[in-house]
Design a binder for this molecule. Structure first.
Ligand SMILES: *[C@@H]1O[C@H](CO)[C@@H](O)[C@H](O)[C@H]1NC(C)=O
Ligand SMILES: *[C@@H]1O[C@H](CO)[C@@H](O)[C@H](O)[C@H]1NC(C)=O
Ligand SMILES: *[C@@H]1O[C@H](CO)[C@@H](O)[C@H](O)[C@H]1NC(C)=O
Ligand SMILES: *[C@@H]1O[C@H](CO)[C@@H](O)[C@H](O)[C@H]1NC(C)=O
Ligand SMILES: *[C@@H]1O[C@H](CO)[C@@H](O)[C@H](O)[C@H]1NC(C)=O
Length: 503
């Protein structure tokens, strides 16, 4: 009897100990959540505070193009902005190396993958922001394929050591050039994929090149990292998923904001806190001069010409200096090599890799400042973009040859399982929401920016007049006042709650 008693006492003690320890664990987790919530809330309110709510429809002195990777922003850069802004008015190092160079305080155009936190380095009240968003699933596919595409170019070398040595040498020769490997997020994604491609090839070599089975390029383990592996890797978690939301919120791992890493990690740990980030990102989209959608490409480009193009034309044509407007810049002639996404092939010899196609003379907008119109801008854009696209697809085809039989085709993409698509969707829960929101903005914008059919008339005039829809600004002012009041109320409420807790 006694030993049973003893045993049950021990059991009781164990149960007690266990419950205490789990309670301690639970409360420390609670504490961590509370701390995270506090950090995220504090960041969100200070971010919303610094937003400027003046008339967002006016193109201000500095245009900041927040380029979310794989949304097609580069075509806007080469085919619109390069025509509207002189090379000399670009902010130095925009695009190539991130981190702004403040040597040129009067620059007018900044096109970059830098996240929104770069605004802390810019004259906020003089800056207009534009961006383009893309369906999150397509963006993830495109990010994966582009990582593979760029990395596969290195496979022309016999091994990784030799690839790296050649790259280093060519880089030293072409100092000042732009390489994908300098650009966030590719500077992380490409080397990672490159190492992976070489090791898979090495493994096949050791096995005597066994034949490859299966016809799904997204799941061809012997040749290339499968998509399902890519999306679940910590690197992808860190810089691919919800990338658009983080970039617009200013919370990428490339942020200027000191607390960004802490905030991002809190959100990655506690999904519900994502709501705060989403709120900040939405508010910022609201305040942008223009929001385009990759999917609605034609309408987006036309709208860009009408909203940004027309204002840039009238702004610079009106000023005495002609420096601001270049009607005839040809992308192929600039020191940068045109590509739909930033890239340079200088890490390979040009014999293995053809130079991007020549731009035909017809894509030059032969116009003076005075008769440059949005219609001409659009016409030039069409030719420019088709040229860029053919260059791009040629590059892609050449690169994918190196990972045969894997080939990312539209048919293969259609065969992707629903489960995998669902997984990508849930990994990108913030971007899915933000994209829906952007679609709403886009629809509104379309009503606002294009009240009539875009005809032959010079649309520049439309923007020389004061804005035709006063109800809009009234609406936006009253909405801002309302939001401000709401914010104050919430803030006071939160403070009251906090002080209660302290008591
Ligand atoms: C890599 O390739 C180069 C050039 O063919 C060769 O000299 C070198 O030994 C190779 N290195 C390794 C580690 O296989
Ligand atoms: C950003 O993410 C990459 C990939 O995970 C990582 O290697 C790098 O250290 C990160 N940078 C910062 C500043 O955290
Ligand atoms: C464009 O301007 C930058 C400096 O802002 C200069 O370094 C570069 O050479 C210029 N490129 C061309 C093609 O004029
Ligand atoms: C590119 O190719 C041409 C001839 O095909 C050659 O003369 C030139 O040196 C090459 N340039 C580089 C950077 O390899
Ligand atoms: C990949 O597919 C495209 C489109 O079907 C085709 O044009 C291309 O030749 C293929 N590339 C390779 C390396 O098989």
């Amino acid at each position: 009897m006694r030993w049973i008693n003893y045993d049950s006492k021990l059991a009781l003690l164990l149960v007690l100990l266990l419950s205490v320890s789990t309670r301690i664990k639970a409360s420390s987790e609670d504490g961590e959540f509370n701390q995270c919530e506090h950090i995220v809330k504090k960041w969100a309110s200070s971010s919303l505070d610094s937003e400027i709510n003046e008339d967002k429809h006016i193109l201000r002195d500095l245009l900041y193009f927040l380029h979310v990777p794989r949304t097609g922003g580069r075509t806007y850069y080469y085919c619109f902005l390069k025509r509207l802004y002189a090379n000399s008015s670009e902010c130095p190092r925009s695009y190539d190396r991130l981190r702004l160079d403040p040597r040129k305080p009067d620059c007018r155009l900044l096109v970059t993958h830098d996240d929104y936190s770069v605004m802390s380095k810019l004259p906020r009240e003089k800056t207009s922001v534009v961006t383009i968003l893309r369906d999150p699933i397509d963006r993830v596919f495109s990010t994966y394929e582009f990582s593979v595409e760029v990395a596969a170019r290195f496979l022309v070398h016999p091994n990784l050591t030799s690839a790296l040595r050649m790259t280093g040498r060519l880089r030293a020769k072409t100092r000042g050039g732009v390489s994908t490997l300098d650009i966030w997020p590719w500077k992380y994604l490409v080397p990672w994929m490159r190492e992976d491609l070489f090791s898979r090839r090495e493994a096949r070599r050791r096995k005597g090149w066994p034949s490859i089975y299966g016809d799904d390029p997204y799941d061809m383990e012997d040749v290339v990292m499968p998509l399902h592996k890519y999306i679940n890797d910590p690197i992808a978690q860190e810089i691919v998923h919800n990338g658009a939301t983080y970039q617009i919120a200013g919370l990428t791992n490339n942020s200027y904001l000191a607390e960004s890493h802490e905030v991002r990690h809190c959100i990655q740990k506690y999904q519900p806190l994502g709501e705060y980030v989403l709120d900040v990102a939405k508010k910022r989209l609201d305040n942008m001069l223009y929001v385009g959608l990759t999917e609605n490409h034609r309408e987006s480009a036309t709208m860009f010409a009408n909203v940004v193009g027309a204002q840039a034309i009238s702004k610079f044509a009106g000023s005495n200096s002609r420096k601001g407007l270049v009607a005839n810049s040809i992308p192929g002639q600039s020191s940068l090599i045109p590509d739909i996404d930033p890239d340079s092939n200088y890490h390979l010899s040009n014999s293995t890799y053809p130079k991007p196609g020549k731009f035909s003379s017809t894509d030059t907008v032969e116009a003076t400042n005075e008769d440059m119109t949005t219609r001409k801008l659009m016409e030039g854009y069409e030719t420019c973009i088709s040229s860029l696209r053919s260059t791009q697809s040629q590059r892609r085809a050449n690169s994918l040859k190196n990972i045969r039989p894997a080939n990312f085709t539209k048919e293969a993409r259609r065969r992707i399982s629903k489960v995998l698509l669902q997984e990508i969707t849930s990994l990108n829960y913030l971007d899915v929401e933000l994209y829906k929101y952007a679609q709403g903005i886009f629809a509104n914008q379309q009503q606002y920016a294009m009240p009539t059919k875009v005809g032959e008339e010079n649309l520049v005039n439309m923007f020389k007049k004061p804005y035709g829809a006063p109800s809009w600004s009234v609406l936006s002012i009253s909405l801002s006042i309302f939001l401000f009041l709401l914010f104050i109320i919430l803030y006071l409420n939160a403070r009251r709650r906090i002080s209660k807790i302290k008591l």
